[in-house]
Ligand binder design. Structure first.
Ligand code: FAD
Length: 302
């Protein structure tokens, strides 16, 4: 059996595994896709101390760093269920069961997609999901933010300081963000808000050149010319497989304390799958290290 089993091989999981392996603890990583969201990222400019890199390049360094330690990397393996008897028992999709004294969950999250034509095709070519990451690429341009909840309105306020113009499209009859955010948004000169607006297509040639939406009241179809679309309709944590085994928020995020502990003794979590507020590579790595030290502390006491 393992002493620490890390489920998820993104920045949080890789960092956690390196930290526990450096303590001489028997560590394994199970990952459906080693690298996680970073594999899907083009340019990374906010990983402090590295001015600029690309996702796949960062994943290659992560892998090299992990392989420098005695860590069992079980890539392309999906976890289906977690249980605890004397030890934690992790059931894999392939039927195998792995046992461990402690577990760190770092299964990340996925952006909710609009599911309209053009979204997939223009991903990283004008379609973006992370304003902190990609906002500066649109300096001086016209962009849309789809989604009028807190994350959409925060994104629009953030982007308005960088880009020329921001159009916010909300499906419902009104914005759902907190009033203070809406007030801030309304005070900005370069923002237009459309409510009852159903985005139906993202258009482009090599890159995005526009967005089509239907006004749900009048039924009229409109097209806006723009260079970028930020989709902000939710981030879904990859935690469905945990069921009721561990406490999760109503949106599915694993609830952790400042040590990365969950409500189950010996079970820790880190990164985008948790209720920690910001989702970034550097933060996930820090959270992974934190959870690993939490797990180490648990192991030496038990
Ligand atoms: P993830 O990276 O999501 O990794 C989760 C891991 O868990 C993966 O290995 C996955 O395969 C695995 N997994 C999931 N479910 C299971 C399961 N059931 N069984 C086994 N394994 C499972 N952040 C920045 O800081 N800068 C950027 O420039 C930036 N750009 C981004 C661009 C894009 C397009 C996207 C999508 C995100 C971007 N982010 C950026 C956000 C950043 O990638 C995430 O915050 C970070 O990757 C989260 O790390 P994580 O380890 O928590 O989760």
């Amino acid at each position: 059996p393992y002493e620490v089993l890390v489920v998820g091989g993104g920045p949080a999981g890789a960092s956690a595994a390196i930290y526990t392996a450096r303590k001489g603890i028997r560590t394994g990583i199970v990952a459906e896709r080693f690298g996680g969201q970073v594999l899907d990222t083009m340019s990374i400019e906010n990983f402090i101390s590295v001015k600029q890199t690309e996702g796949p390049k960062m994943v290659a360094s992560l892998e090299e760093h992990v392989k420098d330690y005695e860590i069992d990397v079980m890539n392309l393996q999906r976890a289906n269920r977690l249980d605890k008897n004397e030890m934690f028992e992790l059931e894999l999709e392939n039927g195998g069961v792995l046992k461990s004294k402690s577990v760190i969950i770092s299964t990340g999250a996925r952006w909710r997609q609009l599911g309209v034509p053009g979204e997939e095709e223009f991903k990283n070519k004008g379609v973006a999901y992370c304003p902190h990451c990609d906002g500066p690429l649109f300096e001086g341009k016209h962009v849309a933010v789809v989604g009028g909840g807190n994350s959409g309105v925060e994104a629009a306020i953030d982007l308005a300081g960088i880009v020329k113009h921001v159009t916010v499209l909300e499906f419902g009859a009104e914005l759902k963000a907190d009033e203070v955010l809406q007030n801030r948004l309304n005070s900005l000169p370069n923002v237009t808000v459309y409510t009852n607006a159903q985005t139906t297509e993202i258009t482009g040639d090599d890159n995005v050149n526009g967005l089509t939406y239907v006004d749900r009241e009048s039924g009229q179809e409109n097209h806006i010319e723009l260079e970028g679309v930020f989709v902000q309709i939710g981030l879904i944590p990859n935690t469905e497989w945990l069921g009721d085994f561990v406490e999760r928020t109503k949106t599915g995020e694993v609830v952790i304390d400042k040590y990365g502990s969950t409500n189950v003794p010996g079970l820790f979590a880190a990164g985008d799958c948790t209720d920690s507020p910001h989702n970034q590579i550097i933060i996930s790595m820090g959270d992974g290290a934190n959870a690993a030290l939490g797990a180490f502390d648990h192991l030496i006491r038990n």
